[in-house]
Design a protein around this ligand. Structure first.
Ligand SMILES: NC(=O)c1ccc[n+]([C@@H]2O[C@H](COP(=O)([O-])OP(=O)(O)OC[C@H]3O[C@@H](n4cnc5c(N)ncnc54)[C@H](O)[C@@H]3O)[C@@H](O)[C@H]2O)c1
Length: 447
């Protein structure tokens, strides 16, 4: 999760779209959506897998390196709106003894290519849904970073597109593939902890500094800023509303509640199952930093599930979280408690009962290679990946609801089956999305 702030620029600037390509891709009002079959309806067991990278920043570079751990992976094309980032991705291809890729500034050029089997989407959150949905329409499989999308309705559109076009889509919250977390979640599901009624997740992050209040300025050379904004509102360029720090602005993301919250809610629900919450309330604010970020540096969200309570907590600017861990997850049962983070997990039995032994298990290392491998295998077998869209959409939805409760300042009552906030039209509208034209997301159930 490191920022990458290189600002080199060597390629020429290019207009992001012309009216012909917009119409061809179904992005103007009334145009039919793009349905184009790419090369890869299916990839054979021994075939090369050809991916296109969309978004070559910090995570795009990390994910690409992970994909290259698999000898069958090639990356003939990379895309970013910032030339300097594309050059970095291209050099990663060469360092990993792959051919120098084509570099394109408009992701739709990747979707047109018949030789591409899958796309890897590592753009800011407001740019997850559109490339992922259009990729499904174009017959590509998709590995898309977390959170699934910027809004709940976008996530639903992604689920519909993947279903309709029979695509394999994995969300990149790698912890689903982490052995010691899978093991701990199995203990919770087995009932050995007794009745688990409270689950907590927390992220206290001292490495996140204040980002200050830089003035608006022209975008760096080599950046197509209009394409960076895409469906988001047109605002002047500000260095903070850009690489990495986009996370702290509502137009592009949801702060730590969705950035880290999705990872940890994912872990918590691995033990508790994919139930929908009935309600959530949340409080927090910008208490630590005096900067131009918008999302809270300190926040608590409390979710009422049918038979347990889930508590989310984050705080920037300090490291001392619960149990001396800067971040973690805790399942509390009547017979025992499990506390877990990347370093491993600990089972602590209740003094009055002994159905489960106290123990400590070490962490099982970086889960990203296994998560990527699972996606590649599923491309070949056409089986659902571990963090398929149903699950990815569910855990992202839970995180988004925390922000909706925070922003409205009210307790939100949630109808999980209909995906609606009950009796609160203003909160319900926050599930939806308001794209800046000409961008128009196919499969949105509410427009
Ligand atoms: N799984 C994890 O542990 C993990 C860790 C970090 C980030 N992430 C996720 O990865 C995503 C990217 O985060 P990051 O930290 O790498 O951000 P970043 O700002 O470093 O990288 C995003 C890149 O996308 C590019 N981009 C923006 N619009 C684009 C467009 N229309 N077409 C092509 N490229 C475009 C940007 O120029 C930038 O280079 C986020 O959704 C984030 O939540 C996941």
């Amino acid at each position: 999760m490191n920022a990458d702030t290189t600002k080199k620029s060597v390629l020429s600037r290019r207009q992001f779209v012309n009216s012909t390509s917009l119409a061809a891709l179904g992005l103007v009002a009334g145009a039919a959506p793009l349905i184009r079959t790419g090369r890869a309806a299916e990839v054979g067991a021994n075939d090369k897998v050809r991916i296109g990278l969309i978004g070559c920043g910090g995570m795009g570079q990390g994910d690409l390196t992970c994909f290259f751990l698999n000898p069958e992976v090639e990356c003939p094309v990379v895309c970013d709106v910032d030339d300097s980032k594309m050059l970095k991705a291209a050099s990663i291809c060469e360092q990993n003894k792959r051919a120098k890729p084509e570099m394109v500034k408009d992701f739709r050029r990747i979707l047109e290519r018949k030789d591409i089997d899958a796309v890897l989407v590592a753009t800011p959150d407001h740019w997850h849904a559109m490339p992922a949905v259009l990729a499904c329409q174009a017959g590509k499989d998709v590995y898309v970073e977390k959170p699934l999308a910027r809004t709940i309705d976008e996530g639903r559109a992604m689920v519909e597109a993947a279903r309709k076009h029979n695509r394999i889509v994995q969300m990149g919250s790698q912890w689903r593939s982490c052995n010691h977390i899978i093991e701990a979640a199995e203990i919770v599901k087995s009932g050995k902890l007794g009745k688990v009624s409270i689950v907590r997740g927390w992220a206290y992050l001292d490495w996140l500094p204040s980002i200050g209040k830089p003035a608006d300025c022209p975008p760096p050379e080599g950046v197509d800023y209009d394409m960076w904004l895409g469906p988001a509102p047109k605002v002047p360029f500000n260095p903070n509303r850009f690489h990495f720090n986009f996370r702290w602005f509502w137009d592009y993301a949801g702060g730590l509640m969705t950035d880290w919250g999705v990872h940890l809610i994912n872990m918590m629900l691995m033990g508790m199952g994919q139930q929908a919450p009935k309600s959530v309330f949340s409080t927090g604010g910008k208490f630590v930093f005096d900067d131009n970020s918008e999302t809270p540096d300190s926040q608590v969200a409390v979710y009422e599930f049918p038979d347990f309570t889930l508590i989310w907590e984050h705080k920037a600017g300090m490291n001392n979280g619960l149990h001396g861990r800067s971040w973690g997850v805790q399942w509390s049962g009547t017979e025992g408690t499990i506390i877990l983070n990347d370093g491993g997990y600990q089972v602590i039995t209740e003094p009055k009962k002994a159905n489960i032994e106290s123990e400590r298990k070490p962490g099982s290392g970086d889960p990203r290679p296994a998560h990527v491998r699972n996606f590649l295998e599923c491309m070949k077998t056409r089986k659902p990946p571990v963090l398929n869209l149903e699950v990815g959409h569910h855990v992202s939805t839970v995180a988004h609801l925390g922000n909706i409760a925070l922003r409205t300042g009210r307790k939100i009552n949630w109808d999980g089956a209909q995906e609606r906030v009950l009796d609160d039209p203003a909160a319900d509208r926050m599930i939806g999305t308001d794209y800046r034209g000409p961008w128009k997301l196919p499969y949105l159930k509410r427009t």
